[in-house]
Design a protein around this ligand. Structure first.
Ligand code: ZN
Length: 362
């Protein structure tokens, strides 16, 4: 018994990675390239975290599974463009190369691997260290560096194949995850919550975009102006995201984890620190422990400053492997220490909170 208890108390965090993820080629000088993953792996090694993590290799996702979210025509288009063995643009930012179809199938497979390993008890939570990223990918088109919507396929698979009825997707990439939003816009079993710079690429994500039909109120957009940073994000997390997500009571927590909101990243004007990713991951982990036995899968999205990306992923992983905090237990939902915030950021978060109070008891 004591042995079983101590086994249960350990947090087992799995990182899903394969060298195949280096094979998706983009144009010379493109910010989304294989050096991103190499920098992250280097950071994990030098941080001393490598041996504290479980490592897993994914399988290639079946086309039928990808078709849970994407049209057959679009999947076939990516396959045939890859078969042409040259770089072809899907949009001005998004290219398909010879290995893209295979790599993108493995990226989806990385998410599925994490879900399966949480279900079979191999790990409690996980980080899918995959590329190409996914959250901009729409049902019938790729865009914004994204080919297949890794997290969205994961959410759909979790509901249909794993029997986890409700999934929350928390998206902290600097850009709005228009693809995830579109895919689940009329659904009440997937709660999509995004914090992002606004206005910014891809142009969507204003707070009045709330879902439609049964899905109304199950899309929560938290847009922040350039220069917003840790205090806005942590306030929004404590006052809006965690209370809503706890009420939703998911059976799986997914994170679209982009690190391009870091103050040193070239692709946004947000002012997030490395440490805020540790704090956010820790609180999202608390949410998973309250609602769904700790089931939390973090999925890599953007992040283009190699040092800030690597440091921020390590900060996230540190939170995942740490023993649970006691700050947010069922029936005891006081927020953890709130950040010092300027009155303007408090006002902004309060305004958003008041808006979403029409859908949720917050
Ligand atoms: Zn991004």
């Amino acid at each position: 018994m004591p042995e079983a208890d101590s086994e249960r108390a350990r947090v087992l965090t799995e990182v899903i990675y394969d060298e195949i993820f280096l094979s998706h080629q983009t144009t010379p000088g493109h910010p989304e390239n294989s050096k991103r993953l190499e920098a992250i792996l280097e950071g994990i090694t030098t941080s001393g975290l490598k041996d504290k993590l479980l490592w897993a290799r994914p399988s290639e996702a079946d086309v039928e599974v990808i078709a849970l979210v994407h049209s057959q025509e679009y999947i076939a288009k990516v396959a045939s463009l890859s078969a042409a063995k040259k770089l072809v643009h899907l949009d001005p930012d998004t290219v398909v190369s010879e290995k893209t179809f295979q790599c993108a199938r493995y990226a989806v497979g990385g998410v599925l691997q994490g879900l399966q390993d949480m279900a079979n008890g191999r790990c409690e939570n996980g980080f899918a260290l995959v590329r190409p990223p996914g959250h901009h990918a729409r049902k019938a088109s790729g865009m914004g560096f994204c080919i297949f919507n890794n997290a969205a396929v994961g959410a759909e698979y979790a509901i249909r194949e794993m029997g986890w009825k409700q999934v929350v997707i928390i998206d902290w990439d600097a850009h709005h995850g228009n693809g995830v939003q579109e895919i689940f816009y009329d659904r009440d079993d997937v709660l999509y919550i995004s914090l992002h710079q606004y206005p910014h690429y891809p142009g969507t994500g204003y707070f009045t975009e709330v879902g439609e039909g049964r899905g109304e109120g199950f899309t929560i957009n938290l847009p922040f102006g350039p220069g917003s940073g840790d205090s806005e994000y942590l306030l929004a997390l404590e006052k809006i995201i965690l209370p809503i997500a706890t009420q939703f009571d998911p059976q799986l927590v997914l994170v679209c984890a982009g690190y391009d909101g870091h103050r040193d990243d070239p692709l946004s004007a947000l002012d997030l620190s490395t440490d805020v990713f540790n704090k956010m991951a820790g609180r999202v982990k608390d949410l998973a422990q309250i609602c769904c036995e700790g089931r939390l899968l973090v999925v890599l999205e953007g992040g283009y400053g190699l040092d800030s990306l690597s440091d921020s992923v390590v900060a996230t992983l540190r939170a995942l492997v740490e023993p649970a905090t006691d700050t947010l237990k069922k029936g005891k939902k006081e927020p953890s220490e709130l950040p010092e915030a300027s009155s303007s950021s408090e006002e902004m978060v309060e305004k958003l909170k008041n808006y979403f109070a029409r859908y949720w008891k917050i």
